[in-house]
Design a binder for this molecule. Structure first.
Ligand SMILES: Cc1cc2nc3c(=O)[nH]c(=O)nc-3n(C[C@H](O)[C@H](O)[C@H](O)COP(=O)(O)OP(=O)(O)OC[C@H]3O[C@@H](n4cnc5c(N)ncnc54)[C@H](O)[C@@H]3O)c2cc1C
Length: 476
């Protein structure tokens, strides 16, 4: 592989001249800001960062990387916990300047460029009272989240983000641009819906949108319970969720109440079990629908209120700004077993810092009605995607949050379905990538062999193409 010295001295000027966007190298003043990603634990030094202005820039970078043997890292929102959008000595294809959106309200569709965050899309569609299913935060990148599957508040009602993907414009490893959809390159379209960044660089996505709430206003917010009640609350929640209408969803977690408004001062800093609910149906049915969840047990706080969907999506953004130390471990769960609840009860008490947390996100309803082999996203058994996340601003606490996360995960993992959501993985090895895809892995590998036989796009949760007939293996 070419080193960063090679790219700066021999070829940088050539690439810079071919780009509309800026090329930032190690000696440029903006280099440190440009190489930083969301997770403050990641400290990598790419050979250069190409801030692409258009699809032609993406194509130029792909061809350049191949010609000069330089590894390519692709950055959408830069949010990935494992820092997959940046790599040492690589050329980073940074899409963050490509942020336009176009809404077609008549046909209920939105087209989003690959550098958009979900905040950009929610803003665009919210103006029409619509949304497309995304996640639980607005600062996450559209590209990475979509390509891994996309789990969020609207999953129960409208499916995963990939279940609402209509088409994607993709720059392939050989530099060609194709549009993948049901009608064209349907194998590629299947693989893009969960297979991550393995198959090409998506320049833009087109999604189906849905009317939500009333004019885009939903009823949402948290309900908190004392940590001593975690067993009772989790047993009630696991039985309740499958019985609820799909307009109502809620993820459950263990967290520390942030020491700031709008939370009441009496709860600041208290460790709690919380459920964040979102009701997207007609408001005249809301009271009846929400009554059981407001009155169960002995809640410390019932914070449900009407709000635009975009406000709900952005509610946790200020708590989790870019640059925090983050250490993640994840799994899928088909049930929240009594054994799992006992593990949650114990490790919830040990939350090591105010921002460290555990979440369980339901993947049922509309998402579970899609067959496990209909898209690359395999875990559609009506369970939950779980994450344990150690978080703190201070790098000195990196060891503490890492240890808590690993200890918790080690005890919880035996209660899981085996694999984890690919977008919640850090660098955990090939077996974990395979487990994320269950029986879909081999089909993904075949499609990888068709579209990227040389594994040009390998700085991701890598699906390896089949070995070349001569026995040689592509990189990594
Ligand atoms: C705080 C936080 C909250 C999250 N919440 C949710 C959630 O609610 N729901 C959910 O489903 N996920 C969630 N995630 C996980 C999220 O989906 C992944 O981190 C995802 O990778 C982020 O996408 P990105 O574009 O920001 O990432 P990046 O770091 O830019 O990229 C991640 C990966 O995607 C590839 N990639 C990026 N753009 C492209 C492209 N245009 N074409 C091809 N490959 C590309 C990259 O090469 C890399 O491998 C969350 C993550 C964080 C850190």
């Amino acid at each position: 592989m070419t080193t960063s010295a090679d790219i700066t001295t021999m070829t940088r000027d050539q690439l810079a001249a071919d780009l509309r966007g800026e090329l930032i190298g190690p000696s440029d003043p903006g280099y440190d800001a440009a190489r930083a990603v969301y997770n403050g634990m990641i400290d990598r030094h790419p050979a250069a960062i190409a801030r692409c202005r258009d699809v032609a820039d993406i194509i130029t970078c792909v061809r350049f990387g191949r010609e000069h043997g330089i590894e390519l890292a692709v950055r959408g929102g830069g949010h990935n916990a494992g820092g997959l959008g940046v790599a040492d000595d690589a050329l980073v294809i940074d899409l963050s300047l490509l942020r336009s959106t176009t809404v077609d309200p008549e046909n209920r569709m939105v087209r989003a460029d690959a550098g958009c965050t979900w905040g950009d899309v929610d803003h665009a569609t919210g103006a029409f009272g619509m949304a497309t299913p995304s996640g639980f935060l607005s600062s996450t990148g559209v590209a990475g989240l979509t390509l891994g599957g996309g789990i969020g508040y609207l999953t129960r009602r409208f499916g995963l983000t990939v279940d609402n993907l209509l088409s994607a414009d993709v720059v392939l490893a050989d530099g060609r641009l194709v549009t993948a959809s049901w009608a064209a390159h349907s194998d590629l379209f299947w693989a893009l819906r969960g297979g991550g960044g393995n198959f090409g660089i998506v320049a833009s996505f087109t999604f189906r949108c849905h009317d939500i709430g009333e004019g885009g206003t939903v009823i949402a917010g948290p309900v908190f319970y004392d940590l001593d009640d975690v067993g009772e609350v989790m047993r009630w929640y696991r039985a309740l969720i499958p019985t609820l209408p799909e307009e109502l969803s809620g993820w459950i977690g263990l967290l520390t109440v942030p020491p700031a408004p709008p939370f009441p001062e009496r709860l600041w800093g208290r460790k709690v079990c919380g459920i964040v609910w979102c009701y997207t149906g007609p408001h005249d049915r809301a009271e009846a629908m929400l009554e059981p969840i407001k009155t169960f047990g002995s809640p410390l706080l019932v914070g449900l209120q009407p709000m635009p969907f975009s406000v709900l999506q952005a509610a946790f953004d200020p708590l989790y700004p870019a640059g925090l130390q983050q250490y993640w471990r994840a799994d899928f769960f088909t049930e929240i077993s009594d054994a799992a609840i006992e593990v949650h009860r114990r490790h919830g008490r040990l939350l090591p810092t105010g921002l460290s947390t555990m979440h369980l996100y339901p993947i049922d309803g509309a998402a579970a009605r899609v067959a496990g082999d209909a898209t690359a996203f395999a875990y559609r058994d009506g369970g939950w995607a779980g994450i344990i996340v150690g978080v703190d601003p201070d790098p000195a606490n990196a060891g503490l949050i890492t240890k808590w996360t690993r200890d918790y995960w080690r005890e919880l993992h035996p209660t899981s379905a085996g694999g984890a959501y690919v977008n919640f993985l850090m660098d955990e090895g090939q077996d974990r990538v395979k487990a994320a895809y269950r029986g879909n892995y081999d089909r993904l590998a075949q499609i990888k062999g068709r579209y990227d036989p040389g594994n040009v796009f390998h700085l991701n949760q890598n699906i390896r193409p089949p070995a070349h007939p001569d026995g040689s293996q592509p990189p990594r």
